[in-house]
Design a protein around this ligand. Structure first.
Ligand code: BT5
Length: 222
């Protein structure tokens, strides 16, 4: 189905919509009802039971390349706000309600395209998982129309350009700044106080040896 300039395909079960979308054209999107091998960042798994939203959009690249994961959080925030659920964001890609993750974003560059993967817990129950998570059904007490939310997000995607004041919008929803954080990167753990997020998406952590920009990692509040 076509929504503006985006072509949306809806399928049943896939491994990962981001992996499937790697061969798709720019301005196409894939929505799956469940994923058997849903992926997070840094080789994490994304719990992808039926009832959740698993969407990948293939888009042209941005400058800086990291912008998409912040932009996608702004898109998800707006879509969930339309449904009466207000979220906050934690660097780099966590979308939270009361410190529990309701959605996550995986943005991957493939040549001249970016695959922006969005997972939202909608009607799937995630409250008994080993990680702190929540879902729309738990928040609203109602079953939501997953495909309708995906269509709405694709409209918002075309409404909010991935440029300009995206980082401002992201910062205004952020609960990261001012917190004591511990960021696990591929090379070690950086602990200190989060003092800001740069326009290229780097988290600025004030440590004992000064302010360090961190470009990738898993951030926990301590
Ligand atoms: C993410 O990774 O948050 C990115 C998630 C992106 C999922 C979408 S679904 C469509 C597209 N296709 C894919 O294969 N992926 C994308 P990260 O920041 O690494 O967070 C992963 C961590 O979140 C895990 O290690 C768990 O602790 C937690 N987690 C896993 N599944 C979850 C879920 N359903 N809800 C909340 N937290 C979850």
């Amino acid at each position: 189905m076509r929504i503006g300039r985006m072509d949306l395909r809806v399928v049943g079960s896939v491994g990962s919509t981001n992996s499937e979308a790697a061969d798709m054209d720019v301005w196409s999107a894939l929505l799956a009802r469940e994923q058997l091998e849903g992926r997070g960042r840094l080789d994490h798994l994304w719990d992808s039971q039926p009832g959740g939203l698993y969407l990948s959009c293939v888009l042209p690249p941005t400058d800086p390349p990291t912008l998409y994961q912040f932009w996608a959080a702004v898109v998800v925030k707006r879509a969930l706000s339309d449904l009466g659920v207000e979220v906050s964001v934690r660097w780099p890609n966590d979308i939270l309600v009361d410190d529990m993750k309701i959605a996550g974003i995986l943005s991957e560059h493939k040549g001249d395209r970016v695959i922006v993967g969005i997972g939202i817990n909608v009607n799937n129950h995630v409250e008994d998982r080993p990680f702190p998570a929540t879902s729309l059904i738990e928040r609203t007490g109602k079953v939501s129309d997953v495909e309708g939310i995906a269509r709405r997000m694709i409209e918002i995607v075309q409404d909010v350009p991935p440029a300009g004041d995206v980082m401002e919008k992201w910062r205004s929803a952020s609960i990261t700044e001012g917190k004591r954080v511990s960021v696990t990167t591929l090379t070690g753990v950086i602990s200190g106080t989060a003092v800001g997020i740069r326009d290229d998406g780097a988290l600025l952590v004030e440590t004992e040896s000064g302010v360090e920009p961190v470009t990738e990692g898993e951030c926990r509040f301590t």
